[in-house]
Write a protein that binds this ligand. Structure first.
Ligand code: NAD
Ligand code: DAU
Length: 331
């Protein structure tokens, strides 16, 4: 199969490319604008005959159309992805997440290409800490931030293009990913690289917020399963039963890195900070037979710490500028 992967130089997109190359015979074309979040080095090691890299923007309709003409299927990861950035400047989120997705859908419609849209559990808003329910495919959309509202908008565009124009698409909404190649602006790599640099980890507020962690490689295997067996028009939630509050995660990182577990700072909380995400992925498991491989979060986190220790040249160029932005906000 000839796969076109948008955002394939980002965190989850690059993990997906490595997963595809290791587990299939598919050829991958990556379309990526190499924003501050994209890194060509994240695709190092992929054999040249398996990968074509195209530096370009998903809002470029002519370029997108020419690439769709040569693809059997498209997996759409490209996005502005960081909630904190969306609170500072929402505009790029509207451009890429909404206009970019619209541009891809028009190409999918014109070329009749199978399309898989990558989205987030954040479209469902947040849950109380003691709510016995988790998000399902029928939970109403109540996004909180400019990031999550643009992702919700993109999901609704995909649904409309399926119903109105017969686009052959599926959607997945996944919980928080961790693993190699994640930008140091995000929670887990920020704290790991802080400890490596001798900076104290930074916890927003009291750290009671819960995220439902899944290893990026499990996200990739779920997406391949949906591409292979998913029913056109359907949405699948992806999660690995990994709920943990932020305080516990920071303390675990410190312990795994041989530091006192209380050696962190509490900093200014995120505005409108979602309290808890939790995914019920039983539809994907029951109907398509998917199961995650990384059942032990501590083991996956430990391997992720090892990766950041071994790959300082990958993350160091972004570290100082990222911390300067946070420092300017008291975070
Ligand atoms: P990321 O920020 O690490 O990577 C985004 C990639 O998209 C980068 O390589 C960037 O250069 C590229 N990009 C941005 N704008 C572009 C444009 N206009 N044209 C072409 N390329 C562009 O993001 P991520 O964390 O890997 O997230 C990937 C996708 O997964 C996003 O759609 C996100 O909403 C979704 N998602 C992320 C998580 C998570 O935990 N990180 C969880 C669920 C869903
Ligand atoms: O749920 C899926 C979403 O997960 C994806 O759609 C997003 O693209 C992805 O960025 C992620 O969003 P979050 O906002 O949950 O991730 P982030 O890594 O920014 O923060 C995780 C939690 O940690 C959140 O409760 C905020 C908190 N936090 C974050 C940072 C950067 C801290 O306590 N300290 C920090 O320094």
């Amino acid at each position: 199969m000839r796969l076109l992967v948008t955002g394939g130089a980002g965190f989850i997109g690059s993990n997906f490319v490595h997963h595809v190359v290791a587990n299939t015979d598919d050829h991958v074309t990556v379309l990526d604008a190499l924003t501050y979040a994209g890194n060509r080095a994240s695709l190092a090691g992929v054999p040249a005959d398996r990968l074509t890299f195209v530096h370009g923007d998903i809002t470029d309709a002519a370029l997108v159309s020419s690439l769709f003409a040569k693809a059997d299927a498209v997996v759409h990861y490209a996005a502005e992805s960081h909630n904190d950035n969306s609170l500072d400047d929402p505009r790029p989120f509207v451009d890429t997440n909404i206009v970019g997705t619209y541009t891809l859908l028009e190409a999918a419609r014109r070329h009749g290409v199978r399309f898989h849209h990558i989205s987030t559990d954040e479209v469902y808003g947040d849950l109380e800490l003691d709510d016995p329910e988790r998000f399902t495919e029928s939970t109403p959309y109540t996004p909180s931030s400019p990031y999550s509202s643009t992702k919700a908008g993109s999901d609704l565009l995909v649904r409309a293009w399926i119903r109105s124009f017969g686009v052959q698409a599926t959607i997945s909404n996944c919980s928080n990913n961790y693993g190699p190649y994640q930008h140091v602006e995000k929670f887990i790599p920020r704290q790991i690289t802080n400890v490596i640099r001798g900076i104290r980890p930074k916890l927003y507020g009291a750290g009671q917020n819960v995220r439902d962690w899944i290893h990026a490689d499990d996200h990739s295997s779920a997406v391949l399963t949906i591409l292979d067996k998913g029913v056109i028009g359907e949405t699948y939630l992806i999660g690995a039963d990994g709920e943990r509050n932020n305080r516990d995660v920071v303390e675990l990182i410190l312990t795994l890195m041989d530091q006192p577990s209380d050696a962190y700072d509490q900093v200014t909380d995120r505005v409108g900070h979602d309290l808890r995400y939790a995914i019920d992925s039983s539809k994907l498991r029951r109907e398509l037979g998917w199961t995650p491989a990384y059942s032990d979060f501590e083991q996956g986190l430990s391997a992720t710490i090892d990766w950041y220790r071994a790959n300082e040249e990958w993350w160091a160029p972004a570290k100082d500028a990222t911390e300067a932005i946070y420092a300017g906000k008291g975070q």
